[in-house]
Design a protein around this ligand. Structure first.
Ligand code: FAD
Length: 542
């Protein structure tokens, strides 16, 4: 490892404008993210411009070294760590480049809150709303297709992207968005020399080792290809792949409000074009490194109203959420007793909002065109629940922007607290991202409780219930290396149930190290299409 690090410093330090670090402090700092995993990288690079990323990607292909893209490192699945070169986009590549009408051009290291501060001057905002907006970067949001409480109305990151500039393995940089499909394949230049690939490459013990002659010559060819050749080649091959797998995609990747497991192939190939930006979102740095993106923005909503509702049982809260969905709330989140009591103890502002005896709570929001309209919508919601004899109590209503934001500060603060709790047993993120069709939520919660009982664990639950997104954190001792049997068994049982109700094992946090091994369980024969897609973008499988 030290020899490899020395070689990297020699070969790269003077060829990039940014910094390359291999010292113990730097590699230790980038060995973890917000997941359970820890892997020491070989080196960390802080690129200053896209050209630095091109240089590193070409070098990595020539030398068989994996690259790991990183934003704020707040991912919960371990997608931003690995044995390779970590590329941290947050330090220097963090500028908003331009704002024009309903679009904005950004570098990947821009933090979502920073972006929205800039957009507010134009009366607009970037809608996908992960609860850790103060730290999450746009690159990370694109990486995992992040979403949040308002996904039921405004969708996820994928729904707000026009195009992405990315650097592929081999170092070619290109802008990918809606790409016209050339129906005559002979019109495309082919990378015939790269097919078929020889040998095995990528990751594991062969990292940075001298690779077989066959593979090495492929790598050299890969970095020698022009961006235009690779671009044309991949558009044609992705088009063919999506055509070939169309029936499998339809069957195994059904439409779900929340799903970022595997690659998104559904709806990418349309009549005459491929929406490649949409497909790249959620690829977790495994298809390319994003160096810029053009995003769609939305006008700031004029009026918002929200309410906090307390329930004596979790079942009543879920039933209330299902009854309220036809009123088209822009968000409806569910908090269980453990999450509520953490919130109650954490901040005086939440004390009178959270009844000590409550077993569950809902935070619901409605948008509207006038103050009168939003007040009416809140009142309609209450009337509906009373008519259906739901036992609930409204502890707070908010109709000013400030008060609405205070309500949303509750889940946001509690989620951060959950992630930072210390102690030998704590709420662990490993099945923290399942999503089910909202109408199956009640049924699924019963089976999930049974699974936790079987494994003799309790779990905290916070849920973007309106879109079927469930964040469970079973309370367990942090496993040491080799002691993961219990968490694997819980994950296996829970994921089987998720697939059975037509849900996704990963709704908005990505697969990373936690869930990649379960993608086959989720998708069956569609997994083969994912492998082929990976080969098109990254033939060396770095
Ligand atoms: C307290 C807390 C609350 C959270 N709340 C939410 C939530 O409400 N909703 C939600 O969706 N998630 C949530 N998350 C999960 C996570 O923070 C988000 O998914 C976030 O968007 C990740 O952003 P990041 O900048 O930290 O990315 P990182 O963790 O650094 O990276 C995430 C993934 O994106 C890839 N990536 C990063 N930059 C690039 C790039 N330039 N090019 C290509 N790939 C790239 C990485 O390789 C990795 O696979 C939460 C996490 C925590 C700890």
């Amino acid at each position: 490892m030290e020899e490899l690090r020395r070689r990297l410093v020699e070969d790269l330090s003077d060829t990039i404008e940014g910094e390359l670090r291999v010292d113990p402090a730097a590699v230790a700092m980038f060995s973890s993210d917000a997941s359970l995993y820890e892997i020491e990288p070989i080196a960390v690079v802080f690129p200053r411009q896209a050209r630095d990323v091109e240089v590193i990607a070409a070098y990595s292909a020539d030398n068989n070294i994996p690259l790991i893209a990183r934003g704020a490192g707040s991912g919960l699945a371990g997608g931003a760590i690995g044995r390779g070169i970590v590329i941290d986009f947050s330090r220097h590549m963090n500028r908003v480049l331009w704002v024009d009408g309903d679009r904005v051009r950004v570098q990947p290291g821009v933090v979502r809150e920073q972006l929205n501060r800039e957009l507010r001057k134009h009366g607009r905002y970037f809608a996908p709303d992960p609860s850790n907006s103060r730290i999450t970067t746009i690159g990370g949001m694109l990486g995992v297709d992040a979403a949040g409480s308002h996904a039921v109305r405004y969708g996820s990151t994928r729904d707000h992207v026009e195009s992405i500039e990315c650097v592929l393995s081999g170092g070619q940089r290109m802008e990918l968005g809606r790409e016209p499909l050339q129906l005559d394949p002979s019109a495309y230049p082919r990378m015939v020399d790269l097919e078929p690939l020889g040998g095995t490459t990528g990751g594991g013990s062969s990292v940075g080792a001298t690779v077989s002659t066959a593979v090495r010559s492929d790598a050299l060819k890969l970095s020698a290809l022009t961006p235009a050749t690779r671009r044309a080649d991949l558009i044609q091959r992705v088009g063919s792949l999506l055509q070939e797998f169309e029936p499998v995609i339809k069957q195994y990747q059904p439409p779900l409000l929340r799903n970022c497991c595997g690659y998104m192939l559904r709806g990418i190939r349309q009549m005459q074009e491929l929406d490649l930006a949409r497909m790249l979102v959620g690829s977790e740095g495994t298809l390319g490194l994003f160096t810029e993106a053009t995003l769609y923005t939305m006008p700031l909503p004029s009026f918002r109203a929200a309410a906090c509702l307390m329930f004596k049982t979790l079942e009543q809260a879920v039933l209330a959420m299902q009854l309220l969905l036809p009123l088209e709330p822009s968000a409806c989140d569910l908090l269980d007793r453990r999450v509520l009591s953490l919130g109650r103890g954490s901040d005086l502002r939440f004390r009178d909002m959270i009844l000590p005896e409550a077993e569950a709570g809902l935070i619901i929001e409605f948008p509207g065109g006038s103050e009168r309209e939003i007040r009416e919508r809140l009142s309609d919601a209450q009337t509906l629940l009373k008519d259906r004899e739901i036992d609930f109590q409204i502890t707070r209503e908010a109709t000013t922007l400030e008060d609405v934001e205070l309500l949303w500060a509750l889940p946001s603060q509690v989620v951060s607290l959950l992630a930072s709790l210390k102690g030998s047993s704590r709420p662990l993120p490993f099945v923290e991202d399942v999503a089910v069709p909202p109408e199956k939520l009640a049924e699924f919660l019963v089976s999930a409780q049974r699974i936790f009982q079987k494994h003799e664990v309790t779990a905290t639950l916070y849920s973007h219930a309106a879109s079927g997104q469930l964040h469970f954190r079973p309370i367990l001792p942090v496993p040491d290396n080799g002691e993961e049997t219990k968490i694997e068994a819980i994950a296996r049982d829970l994921y089987r149930q998720v697939v059975q109700v037509g849900g996704s094992i990963s709704g908005e946090h990505g697969d990373g190290l936690s869930r990649t091994a379960f993608i086959r369980t989720q998708y069956g024969p569609l997994y083969r299409a994912f492998q082929q897609l990976k080969e098109i973008f990254d033939p060396l499988k770095l």
